[in-house]
Design a protein around this ligand. Structure first.
Ligand SMILES: Nc1ncnc2c1ncn2[C@@H]1O[C@H](COP(=O)(O)OP(=O)(O)O)[C@@H](O)[C@H]1O
Ligand SMILES: [Mg+2]
Length: 420
């Protein structure tokens, strides 16, 4: 049945095992038979990881594709659905192969769960065979894996930390988590401090860092592995920093595009990237949060934090339907004499489990800050450190996240807010 499709190595996608590489600028055309598959593909095409690809979905299955490509050239990738029996499927694919350009990859979505058919299709040059029903994330992973070279270095996981308000402790938590991940998981970890004027990452590590991040943000077109290597400052055996506050003498303009270039370059070389996102709202902030593999949202147990947390969580959940919800951290809990919103009420209003509750420990946090040490080293036996360690372990992907919701008293105002 030659020539069939040009032979492509099957992808063996790492389904559900870590971050998925972004799909490059490819044209994808899907020919579906069922509305469910068409819907899944539409959702996949709208995902952040496919933002650079161009995909369209039509109905009609393989016969429609064969008709169309008799007069048109085929795109980079064809997704075809067929619920035909084996013989018809093979005959349809043979007709498709006749009109298919050699460099077009073909992924088949079928109903037959049959390993012999699978092997037969791969032998004929089909890149992947997926048994329906197919979920959007599975599809994205399959497509992504088709465009990853086998030699590709592992891709980094981006964890973005943002506070629901200024001063809630987001940066402190980000730096301590990065420190713990680098040490306990023993993988190279990089902190990027995107608070260009006031960033505290260097300060927290007692370092007089140059403004590496400012150089990278100002000239993103120069950013490559070599430049990043020069700009990164070492903080520990496995931890480095791209940061260094630039003060207020210069005006900084951050383009989402510059952040994208820096994160893409880092993802190619560093397994874990902790992004310290300042509490401002700008297109590049939104971009950073939307394109992170995980967002850690830190809030204090009070009303303004609650309102902002809910707004951010709603936005993230709506824009990232195929990603886990943000990791919600309640910090500075237990300030003497302060009326506070209970964790359970927070969860109810935000619709996201509280992953960690960190107590207010002004003496411990102050001592760490003044000594330029991480809290984890300064007061290793404190309650806050115990929680931070668990949070870091959860974020590193080593263990599943746990819910740590506490407290139960109801605040009327909060519940009204929670009803939407
Ligand atoms: N749980 C806590 N208890 C006491 N002080 C804290 C706690 N968490 C953070 N802090 C302190 O709050 C201040 C603001 O923290 P920072 O991480 O800079 O906040 P953000 O990045 O959200 O603006 C710092 O001085 C920090 O040491
Ligand atoms: Mg900060």
């Amino acid at each position: 049945m030659s020539p069939e499709f040009e032979s492509h190595k099957p992808s063996y996608a790492r389904v559900g095992s870590g971050p998925v590489a972004l799909v490059p600028r490819v044209n994808i055309q899907a020919f579906c038979e069922s509305p469910e598959t068409a819907e899944s593909i539409q959702v996949a095409f709208a995902d952040r990881r496919m933002a650079r690809a161009h995909g369209t979905v039509v109905t009609g299955g393989i016969p429609a594709a064969v008709r169309l490509y008799q007069t048109q050239s085929t795109p980079n990738l064809l997704l075809v659905e067929s619920d035909a029996p084996r013989d018809v499927l093979l005959a349809d694919l043979a007709s498709l192969a006749d009109v298919c350009q050699p460099d077009t990859k073909v992924v088949v979505i079928g109903r037959l769960n049959d390993v012999i058919l699978y092997r037969d299709l791969i032998r004929r040059g089909v890149s992947e065979y997926i048994v329906a029903p197919v979920t959007p994330l599975h599809l994205i992973e399959i497509i992504s894996s088709l465009y990853r070279s086998e030699k590709a270095v592992p891709i980094g996981r981006v964890i973005a930390f943002v506070g629901a308000k200024g001063g809630v402790g987001s940066s402190t938590i980000a730096h301590n988590c990065a420190w713990q991940i680098a040490r306990s998981v023993d993988v190279e970890t990089t902190i990027i401090d995107l608070d260009l004027a006031y960033g505290t990452a260097a300060l927290d590590f007692n370092l007089d860092a140059s403004g590496g991040i400012i150089e990278a943000i100002a000239e993103p077109e120069r950013v490559d592995a070599l430049l990043l290597d020069r700009l990164l400052v070492r903080l520990g055996a496995k931890l480095s920093l791209l940061g260094g506050s630039g003060g207020v003498d210069k005006d900084f303009i951050i383009e989402a595009h510059a952040v994208e270039i820096i994160l893409t370059a880092l993802r190619a070389t560093v397994p874990i990237i902790v992004v310290d996102v300042p509490n401002v709202w700008a297109p590049w902030v939104k971009f950073t949060l939307l394109h992170a593999d995980q967002v850690v949202l830190t809030a204090e147990p009070e009303l303004a934090s609650l309102r902002n947390t809910r707004a951010l969580a709603d936005m993230l959940k709506a824009a990232r339907p195929n990603d886990p919800p943000p990791t919600l951290v309640l910090n500075q809990v237990g300030v003497p004499k302060r009326p506070e919103i209970a964790g359970a009420d927070f969860r109810k209003a935000v619709g996201v489990d509280v992953a960690a509750v960190i107590p207010f420990e002004p003496q411990n946090f102050g001592a760490a800050l003044n000594n330029g040490k991480m809290l984890l080293d300064m007061v290793p036996r404190s309650k806050a450190v115990e929680v931070l360690r668990r949070l870091a372990d959860d974020l590193s992907g080593e263990k599943p996240a746990k819910s740590a919701t506490s407290g139960s008293s109801l605040i009327k105002k909060l519940l009204v807010l929670g009803k939407k």
